[in-house]
Design a protein around this ligand. Structure first.
Ligand SMILES: N[C@@H](CCC(=O)N[C@@H](CS)C(=O)NCC(=O)O)C(=O)O
Length: 194
């Protein structure tokens, strides 16, 4: 049994998308930042820092986007969310996600200039590839998409900026799992800081 604790539009959007890509049943548990629902003792028992996402698998909690996405990709290999036949490509997907979590995620709070230069680096790293690893869709694309989705909404880059990331964003937005996740989360309502 899978249970996803999430807050609409936050980091938890990435595992939410992955669950829809896989199509496996799960129990959705939306939490409200406004009502401090990530600060309750019950939630902190699952993840002491009080952050979403958390995926509970048969009573055992997994925090952190990278770990949840990797778990889902490996537990449901038929969904093709991680390269199966190529250890280097798999490691490259993990490298992207580690970089996204440690370097790209924090920049939103470091001001527009730092954010712009970091996203410019990511745009260059992505280049003209359709997908971040070897041109094959993977969990690294889901992780990257959620960050850029948030960046576009909060810092509103100008037209023509980050062309590779914008094409990646458009490609992601064409996926039914992404549209379904956004439909569900926007209906609950976003409570994201500016
Ligand atoms: N390193 C964590 C970051 C998770 C995170 O920052 N979650 C934020 C939402 S985007 C959160 O729950 N914030 C609530 C809080 O800090 O009170 C991951 O990759 O899962």
């Amino acid at each position: 049994m899978l249970t996803l604790y999430f807050a609409p539009g936050s980091s938890s959007m990435a595992p939410h998308i992955a669950l829809h890509e896989i199509g496996c049943p799960f129990e959705p548990r939306p939490l409200s930042f406004h009502n401090h629902e990530t600060r309750t003792p019950e939630f902190r028992a699952l993840n002491p820092p009080g952050k979403v996402p958390v995926l509970v698998v048969d009573g055992r909690p997994i925090p952190e986007v990278l770990a949840i996405l990797t778990y889902l990709a490996r537990a449901y290999p038929d969904a093709g969310l991680l390269p199966r036949d190529d250890l280097v490509a798999e490691a490259q997907a993990l490298a992207w996600m580690s970089f996204i979590a440690s370097t790209v995620h924090p920049v939103r709070k470091q001001g527009l200039e730092v954010a712009r230069s970091t996203y410019q680096m990511v745009d260059d790293m992505l280049g003209e590839k359709d997908w971040v690893v070897d041109g094959r869709y993977s969990i690294a694309d889901i992780h990257l998409f959620r960050l850029f989705w948030r960046f576009r909404r909060s810092l509103d880059p100008g037209p023509g900026e980050f062309p590779n990331l914008v094409r990646h964003y458009d490609r992601m937005m064409a996926r039914p799992a992404v549209r379904k996740t956004i439909e569900i989360e926007s209906a609950i309502g976003y409570q994201l800081p500016a």
